[in-house]
Design a protein around this ligand. Structure first.
Ligand SMILES: NC(=O)c1ccc[n+]([C@@H]2O[C@H](COP(=O)([O-])OP(=O)(O)OC[C@H]3O[C@@H](n4cnc5c(N)ncnc54)[C@H](OP(=O)(O)O)[C@@H]3O)[C@@H](O)[C@H]2O)c1
Length: 264
C-alpha cells in the first residue's frame, strides 16, 4: 500500500528509544524526512541517521524552549513541517497520590502535556502551510482508566486527549488533522529499563522482568490477546494516521491495547 508519505517532513519527539524510535524508523522507511528529538542520541538512532538520513537532535523537550528548537531545526533544514508526532511522555510509579508533590506534578506535566502543547504551537504555522498537515499525539489508556500509582501521568494524558480534540476542531477547516493513539502496555524501556514497571510487576509476582512482560502483565491486566503491544505496531498506526489515506480522520483516538479496555 502506498501511504503517499514520500518526501514529507516529520518531527518526532522522544525518539531515541521505544515508541518514538519505532515511529522514526517506520516513517524513514516510507521515505519521510524525519527530525527526531531526545536528550541522548542512541546507537539505534545513529543507525537511522546513517541508513535513512534521519536528523537526530539532542534536546531537552521538557523545557519551555526545547520543543520550539526541535521544530525550528526541521524548518531550517527542510523549510517545512508536514507531520508532528508528539510522542514524549513519562511516568514514575509511586505508592499513592499523597506521595506526589507540586514539583513532581509539574515535571510530569512538562514532559507529558506541555511538550506536546509547545511543539504543536511551534509546528502549527508550518502544518497549516502543508498540503494536509497532521499531528499524532501518543496518549495512553491511562487517560481514561484509574491507575492510582500514576495519577499525575494519567491526568496529563487526559489533558492530551482534550488537546487533541480541541486542536482538531480549530484546525480541521484549515487542512490540519489531529488524532491520538492510546496504547496499553507496550514493550519499551518505559517498562523494561532497570527500575521500570516490568521490574515492579516482577517483584510483586516473584518472577523475572521478562516473564512479567510476557505473562504476568498480560494476565493481570486482562489483555485479551494475551500479549503486550510491540512499539512497531504503534508506529504502523501512526503511519496510517499521518497518511493522506486517513484524510477524513480527525479528532479521533485509537486504542491499541490487545482488548484490555473492556468498556464500549
Ligand atoms: N510503553 C508503554 O507501555 C506506553 C503505554 C501507553 C502510552 N505510552 C506513551 O508512549 C510514549 C512513548 O513511550 P515509550 O514507552 O516509548 O517511552 P520510553 O521507552 O521511556 O522512551 C522515552 C523517550 O523519550 C525521551 N525523553 C525522555 N525525557 C526526555 C526529555 N526531557 N527531552 C527529550 N526527550 C526525552 C527518551 O530519550 P532520552 O532519554 O534520550 O531523552 C526516549 O527516547 C509516551 O508518551 C508514553 O506515555 C507508552
Amino acid at each position: 500500500m502506498d501511504l503517499q508519505l514520500k518526501g514529507r517532513v516529520a518531527v518526532v519527539t522522544g525518539a531515541s528509544k521505544g515508541i518514538g524510535l519505532a515511529v522514526a524508523d517506520a516513517f524513514a522507511r516510507e521515505g519521510v524526512h524525519v527530525v527526531a528529538g531526545s536528550r541522548s542520541v542512541t546507537p539505534e538512532l545513529e543507525a537511522l541517521r546513517d541508513k535513512y538520513g534521519v536528523t537526530a537532535v539532542s534536546v531537552d523537550l521538557s523545557t519551555v524552549d526545547g520543543p520550539g528548537a526541535l521544530v525550528g531545526r526541521a524548518v531550517d533544514q527542510y523549510g517545512r513541517v508536514d507531520i508532528l508526532v508528539n510522542n514524549l511522555g513519562a511516568a514514575t510509579p509511586r505508592p499513592s497520590f499523597l506521595d506526589i508533590d507540586d514539583a513532581e506534578w509539574r515535571r510530569i506535566f512538562d514532559l507529558t502535556l506541555f511538550s506536546a502543547i509547545r511543539a504543536s504551537r511551534a509546528a502549527l504555522p508550518r502544518l497549516l502551510d502543508a498540503d494536509g498537515g497532521a499531528i499524532i499525539n501518543i496518549s495512553s489508556i491511562n487517560a481514561r482508566l484509574p491507575f492510582p500509582s500514576v495519577v499525575d501521568y494519567s491526568a496529563a494524558k487526559a489533558g492530551l486527549a482534550s488537546l487533541t480534540k480541541s486542536l482538531s476542531e480549530e484546525f480541521a477547516p484549515r487542512g490540519v488533522r489531529v488524532n491520538a493513539i492510546a496504547p496499553g502496555p507496550v514493550r519499551t524501556p518505559f517498562w523494561t529499563a532497570p527500575g521500570g514497571f516490568a521490574e515492579a510487576a516482577a517483584a510483586q509476582a516473584g518472577t523475572t522482568a521478562q516473564e512479567a512482560m510476557d505473562v504476568v502483565v498480560p494476565r493481570s491486566m486482562g489483555i485479551s490477546t494475551g500479549r503486550v503491544t510491540e512499539a512497531r505496531e504503534v508506529a504502523d498506526l501512526a503511519l496510517f494516521l499521518a497518511s493522506p489515506l486517513a484524510g477524513n480522520i480527525t479528532g479521533a483516538e485509537f486504542t491499541i491495547d490487545g482488548g484490555q479496555v473492556k468498556t464500549v
